[in-house]
Design a protein around this ligand. Structure first.
Ligand code: NAI
Length: 303
């Protein structure tokens, strides 16, 4: 299914002003990618402390890149100068493209999209970074849903090459094409996926997490032993390290959402072990504790 009709955005037009909603793990990373590519970026969050944290983290990341000789100080200034941290949605009114990266909750995302549409121009493209929710359902919150699609970055956004682009049922073809070109011009490799739960990568990844959790729950091996074994197979991180890195609030809710969206297919059943971590507030790296403990974001050895 594709929606051919559209009067919005000429395929040749350039995207230079980018808004990001949510200055958490993903929003801050996507802002860095877009700013590095030369876009004028407005990074918005409801929480001032998140905006402050995002600005401080960017400072540290860029300083490290300068130290390593990957960029010079002029480039650092250019990237920083391209990002404004803003505390009002209305600041995004002049954007060509807005990418939402807030909490993985359908109703919250729909509400924000409805609010955003009132503030941006008719030809602003509105995208979501959702990991698992229906793009078609999110788009339905807009009066003009042809402008909406999924642009799904991976964590950490500045390092991970892949970006999935997911047109909704309503998305016009020229919007999808323009976004493919734009994201590729930001140095990313684009994979177009259909609007199905978890798209490509998050669907393939579900059993990676859930089988590891089952091995642990069945008492077959310890968490570090499972991680160590998997890393011997050339995976950069073990499944538990990766879940801690992603954040259990995000990772658990994605599993729940994929499970529900596939009509409770037991292949995608969430884990009670992970649910308890979420209930305890042990979200992983970002909260200092998950399966592992972290000091200043650095994993501490369990044994
Ligand atoms: P996060 O929890 O690190 O950040 C979310 C941010 O959104 C917070 O700063 C919060 O204050 C802000 N926020 C919440 N409601 C808001 C609102 N109404 N308006 C403005 N800001 C609001 O979450 P994270 O990990 O960055 O995830 C964001 C989205 O990206 C989710 O949809 C998630 O599924 C998706 N995603 C996450 C990945 C990950 O590895 N963490 C990977 C790829 C996608």
């Amino acid at each position: 299914m594709s929606n051919q009709k559209s009067t919005i955005k000429n395929q040749d037009s350039q995207i230079s002003k980018v808004g990001i909603i949510g200055a958490g793990t993903m929003g801050a990373g996507i802002a860095q990618v877009a700013a590095t590519a030369g876009c004028e970026v407005k990074l918005y969050d409801v929480k001032q402390d998140q905006l402050d944290q995002a600005a401080a983290d960017l400072d540290k990341i860029l300083a490290r890149l300068v130290q390593k000789g990957r960029i010079d100080s002029q480039e650092r200034e250019r990237i920083q100068g391209n990002i404004a941290h803003v505390d009002a949605l209305s600041e995004l009114s002049h954007c060509d493209l807005v990418i939402e990266a807030i909490v993985e909750n359908l109703e919250v995302k729909k509400k924000v999209f409805g609010e955003l549409e009132k503030r941006v121009s008719d030809d602003c493209i509105i995208a979501t970074n959702t990991s698992s929710l229906s793009i078609t359902s999110i788009a339905s919150a807009l009066k003009n849903p042809e402008r909406c699609l999924g642009i799904h970055f991976f964590n950490p956004a500045p390092l991970m090459k892949l970006v999935e682009i997911i047109p909704a049922v309503q998305t016009s073809t020229n919007i999808t094409e323009l976004c493919k070109e734009t994201i590729a011009s930001w140095g990313k490799t684009v994979a177009v996926a259909k609007d199905t739960p978890g798209f490509i990568v998050n669907r393939v990844a579900r059993p990676f997490y859930s089988e590891a959790l089952r091995i642990y729950e069945e008492g077959m091996a310890s968490i570090p032993a499972i991680d160590k074994a998997v890393k011997q197979m050339e995976f950069r991180m073990g499944p538990f390290e990766l879940m801690d890195f992603i954040g259990h609030d995000v990772n658990y809710v994605v599993t729940e959402s994929v499970f529900e969206a596939f009509y409770y297919d037991p292949r995608y059943k969430p884990s009670l072990t992970q649910k308890r971590l979420v209930e305890a507030g042990w979200m992983g790296r970002k909260s200092g504790k998950g399966f592992y403990e972290f000091a200043d974001g650095v994993k501490q050895d369990l044994d």
